[in-house]
Ligand binder design. Structure first.
Ligand SMILES: Nc1ncnc2c1ncn2[C@@H]1O[C@H](COP(=O)(O)OP(=O)(O)OP(=O)(O)O)[C@@H](O)[C@H]1O
Ligand SMILES: [Mg+2]
Length: 422
């Protein structure tokens, strides 16, 4: 009897699992989608309200939710078959044992005790199988989840240190681009084409250009956030691909276009640039970044807590704190990606004045939209659709570069330009 029963049981489990496993996988994907919508809804709640899209978001959530529910119901329908089938098999087999046993007892081939004992053992074995098949129900879910976890764990970082890393000993603060072309993964056209320039210590190099010209892309190549398609980027005479990432990034104070703060106190956020910075260093950096005023107005000064995502400080305050974070590091190379745009003109001017003293010997790269920010730079790089449209000082570019003249005339009044030239 067991010989007949066990294959039936196993076959039932296999058939059910075959159908259930793919569905479990689908279910996991739908769950993902639902979480995504939920996350977007929570973090974008103000935008949703401002644009009065509550209904739309509700519908989107409902759709995803319904989708998940349907799949879950289908899976559970299939799984639900398992229990009755197993119970049926269990009971049919006990009936069969009694039936055939009774015939044998009738023929005096068997004792009643032996039959009962046999029944007990058979039930125990079948119950054991039942338990195993219960475990099998858990398995597909775990398998689907494990697959997705492994996907993440198996991801290799694309940027890796070269096997032989080089040190840059002699030079400090030299950045050189040699015919650099770069495209984002999957993009059709390169974001940057044939970029060549060099920046030296003690100089300010400004990068100006319309939105989407490739300014942020250009500066993000210096700390090697991406690897380039062709050309070379040298920092202190060494190709960034041959330098250890740790050494390379230790040279750079990077202020991103979108300021990011971490939950913690203000002092902790500034110390992010240099872990062992003293209180004086932190305060000095805050002073240069013109942040002392609003910090002292906060309840606990430097110990005031920044909320998750920095939601309790204004955009400009966030930017100034992220400038202070770069300053406290005292790097060889400063990169400011459109950092001054959220500041009013007066703060902008004061900050740049204070910065100048602080960064006398350093190499400074400033990305900017405002002509007034870049006018007194030692060299200005005009970017246009990923290409260099001109390089030089403000005066030289006013004469030689059509694109630069356009940018200037769109921003400054005629008198200001006349004053400049005179
Ligand atoms: N992560 C990315 N993946 C794919 N393409 C990108 C990515 N970031 C930027 N791009 C593309 O590269 C081009 C240059 O973008 P970039 O951010 O460098 O412009 P930008 O000059 O800094 O502009 P803005 O002044 O608005 O900050 C754009 O056309 C953009 O679509
Ligand atoms: Mg940018």
């Amino acid at each position: 009897i067991l010989v007949v029963v066990i294959p039936i049981l196993v076959a039932a489990i296999v058939i059910i699992m075959r159908n259930a496993i793919p569905l479990f996988r689908v279910m996991q994907v739908k769950l993902d989608k639902l979480n995504l919508i939920l996350d977007e809804g929570l973090s974008g709640v103000r935008v949703i309200r401002a644009f009065d899209r509550m209904r739309y978001e509700e519908r989107r959530f409902d759709e995803a939710n319904l989708d998940l529910t349907n799949v879950a119901i289908r899976v559970n329908r299939i799984i639900a078959w398992l229990m009755p089938i197993m119970m049926l098999v269990l009971n049919v087999s006990s009936v069969a044992i009694l039936w055939f046993g009774a015939i044998r007892i009738n023929n005096d081939q068997m004792q009643v005790g032996a039959l009962i004992a046999f029944l007990q053992y058979a039930m125990q074995i079948l119950f054991g199988l039942l338990m195993v098949s219960m475990l099998f129900i858990m398995l597909p879910r775990a398998a689907a989840s494990a697959d997705r976890i492994n996907e993440v764990l198996a991801m290799e970082p694309e940027i890796e240190d070269a096997e032989q890393v080089k040190q840059a000993d002699e030079m400090k603060g030299y950045v050189e681009f040699q015919d650099v072309t770069f495209s984002y993964p999957g993009a059709e056209e390169p974001a940057l084409n044939n970029i060549s320039f060099s920046a030296r210590p003690g100089e300010v190099t400004a990068i100006i250009g319309g939105t989407g010209a490739g300014k942020s892309t250009l500066v993000s190549l210096i700390p090697r956030f991406y690897d380039i398609d062709s050309g070379h980027i040298l920092v202190d005479g060494v190709d960034v691909r041959e330098m250890a990432q740790k050494d390379l990034r230790a040279k750079i104070g990077f202020v991103p276009q979108k300021a990011v703060l971490f939950s913690g106190t203000i002092a902790e956020n500034i110390r992010y640039g240099k872990e062992d910075a003293s209180d004086e260093e932190v305060q000095h950096a805050a002073e240069v970044a013109q942040a002392t005023e609003f910090i002292s107005e906060m309840k606990d000064g430097y110990d005031s807590v920044i909320a998750q995502g920095g939601t309790n400080v204004s955009g400009g305050q966030k930017q100034r704190l992220s400038i202070a974070r770069a300053l406290v590091r005292k790097p060889e190379i400063y990169v400011f990606d459109d950092t001054f745009s959220a500041l009013d003109f007066k703060t902008d001017a004061m900050l740049r004045g204070a910065l100048k003293k602080e960064t006398l010997d350093a190499t400074v790269l400033i990305v900017a939209q405002r002509v007034s920010t870049v006018m007194d730079a030692d060299q200005i790089i005009v970017l246009d659709e990923g290409r260099i449209a001109g390089i030089g000082t403000h005066r030289a570019l006013m004469r030689s570069s059509e694109v630069y003249r356009e940018i200037v005339t769109s921003q400054l009044s005629m008198e200001e330009i006349a004053e400049e030239i005179a």
